[in-house]
Design a binder for this molecule. Structure first.
Ligand SMILES: NC(=O)c1ccc[n+]([C@@H]2O[C@H](COP(=O)([O-])OP(=O)(O)OC[C@H]3O[C@@H](n4cnc5c(N)ncnc54)[C@H](OP(=O)(O)O)[C@@H]3O)[C@@H](O)[C@H]2O)c1
Length: 488
């Protein structure tokens, strides 16, 4: 894409002094700029409560690029890039702040001859989202001659009711087409390329169906504990922090079978259809299909670490889940017989996010090998720490009279991959909503999760302890063992 193709615009970043802006958003803007993918001209206005001058703010941006950009900062063009940034000291709860912001937006639009397109990025605490949105309208900032778009970070609500209320507030000011709910897992190149991997490889495409697949496993394991996020995490738990959003998005990306060249609207509908088709788990079946756990003290990579209850900021006797696993089914003709096993947790033995598709074993007697000796073939899509797709199969090592496992790497493993936020910002700037989360999906995912949240709240489900540095509670292994499988 070359820069003349992108319409001029104002990018308003709420929370510009925060962690996400420094680590991800400024580097993403810079890398897009280097590739000529930012609109020209563009006005970027950063907001935070701290009192900075434009120059102070530009040096904060520069520091963030030097520390976090995937490409080295080029001094020759840095000045030109930074000149696009202005700062506005802004308190979301103070009406005067909005007037000030409006003045700066208009002044820069006139100065640069911008066409009135405005993109608002809310990189702030969730409890500021509705107050900012309402004030954007009340103060006239969202009324513009160009297009307007709103990017919202996760979490989107903390249960079904709060998500519906929040959505109602946003919809008073923005249409669904104008709301971009970001889930950075959907910006990962490997996740975005799942569909093209299938379409470009008829072999894979023919394997990915009910006849061939035995089960799908999605793991997002972390070695870190709650760190400094106890305020938020002790309320949210693994179920809200990871499962309801990121992991259900990976479920739908795995299950999505799109014909090529779908329009954005159709894709949004199909995405929603997958989550809507999740088979509800009845109250009495929750304990048979869902496992929650909490880490105790233990050793991670040879280092002793505290248990969750001892972590700073965690309330005494907290029953919060730091581990979540579930077996779920998608009730549509393509997937209804295939179990999806999902697990996520903190303080586990390895850091890894991956999707594993396990294929069925054939009932054949090959060269004297009994069925039970032949392990299944696997398609492994690693999302982090490395992005890689591999097909694991077995060859008959004739002289040794044994089956050897071989791995066929199906991806290039390029070091030059753009980061999620780069891809998603580019899409939002260009009005492409394909990899943003539609309201229908958010609502369906909360509807499916709500009975589980209630069971957790009412403490009707065991909370299994697991030692830090382990692979989680044994109960999560049993979820698969009762169907004859094990975690891969
Ligand atoms: N950090 C991540 O990796 C990450 C990942 C996924 C999602 N998120 C989501 O992204 C959002 C931002 O996260 P973060 O980690 O950047 O948070 P953060 O470091 O706490 O930053 C919060 C930002 O909000 C501003 N702010 C706070 N109160 C304000 C108010 N009353 N009026 C105006 N601005 C106010 C702060 O400005 P001052 O400090 O100047 O007051 C700061 O710029 C959150 O919703 C989070 O859940 C973050």
């Amino acid at each position: 894409m070359n820069e003349q193709n992108v319409q001029s615009m104002t990018f308003v970043l709420f929370g510009a002094t925060g962690d996400l802006a420094q680590r991800k958003l400024f580097p993403a803007l810079y890398n897009l700029y280097l590739e000529g993918k930012l609109p020209s001209p563009i006005s970027i206005i950063g907001l935070g409560r701290s009192p900075f001058s434009d120059l102070n703010f530009q040096s904060i941006v520069e520091r963030s690029l030097r520390e976090y950009s995937r490409r080295t900062v080029q001094t020759s063009i840095l000045g030109e890039f930074l000149s696009k940034f202005r700062y506005c000291a802004f308190d979301a709860r103070n009406q005067n702040s909005y007037q000030l912001l409006h003045d700066i937006i208009i002044q820069r639009e006139k100065q640069l001859g911008l066409s009135g397109n405005r993109l608002f990025y809310l990189s702030v605490s969730p409890n500021l989202v509705d107050v900012i949105t309402s004030n954007l309208s009340a103060c006239g900032i969202s009324q513009t001659n160009g297009w307007k778009r709103l990017i919202v970070e996760k979490p989107f609500g903390s249960d079904l009711k709060s998500a519906q209320q929040l959505n109602g507030k946003l919809r008073e000011v923005f249409t669904e087409d104008e709301i971009y709910r970001i889930d950075h897992y959907l910006g990962k190149p490997i996740v975005q390329n799942l569909e093209s991997l299938k379409l470009a490889n008829p072999i894979l495409d023919s394997l990915l169906n009910q006849k061939q697949i035995a089960n799908v496993q999605i793991t997002a394991s972390e070695t870190v504990g709650v760190e400094k996020r106890a305020d938020y995490y002790d309320q949210a738990g693994a179920i809200r922090d990871m499962f309801q959003n990121h992991l259900l998005q990976l479920v739908r990306m795995t299950a999505l079978q799109l014909p090529p060249k779908e329009t954005n609207k159709k894709i949004g509908k199909k995405q929603g259809d997958i989550i809507e088709s999740l088979r509800p788990i009845k109250q009495q079946d929750i304990s048979k299909n869902v496992v929650r756990g909490q880490y105790e003290s233990g050793e991670v990579h040879g280092k002793s670490v505290a248990g969750y209850q001892e972590e700073p900021g965690v309330v005494a006797y907290s029953k919060n889940d730091t581990f979540f696993a579930a077996r779920l089914y998608i009730d549509n003709p393509s997937w209804s017989k295939i179990p999806f096993y999902i697990r996520t947790g903190k303080r586990l033995d390895q850091k890894s996010t991956r999707i594993v598709i396990e294929f069925r074993n054939k009932s054949i007697n090959l060269g004297g090998f009994q069925d039970s000796e032949i392990p299944s073939n696997l398609l492994i899509i690693e999302i982090s720490p490395h992005e890689r797709v591999s097909l694991w199969n077995y060859i008959d090592n004739f002289p040794m009279d044994q089956l050897d496992l071989t791995c066929n790497n199906l991806s290039t493993n390029s070091e030059e991959q753009p980061e999620s936020y780069e891809i998603l910002l580019f899409d939002a700037i260009n009005g492409n909503k394909t990899f943003f989360v539609h309201w229908k999906e958010v609502e369906s995912s909360w509807k499916w999760t709500q009975p589980l949240l209630e069971a957790f709240q009412d403490d009707t489900l065991p909370l299994y302890p697991y030692p830090a540095g382990s692979s989680g509670p044994h109960a999560a292994d049993l979820l698969l063992q009762e169907n004859g499988f094990s975690w891969r």
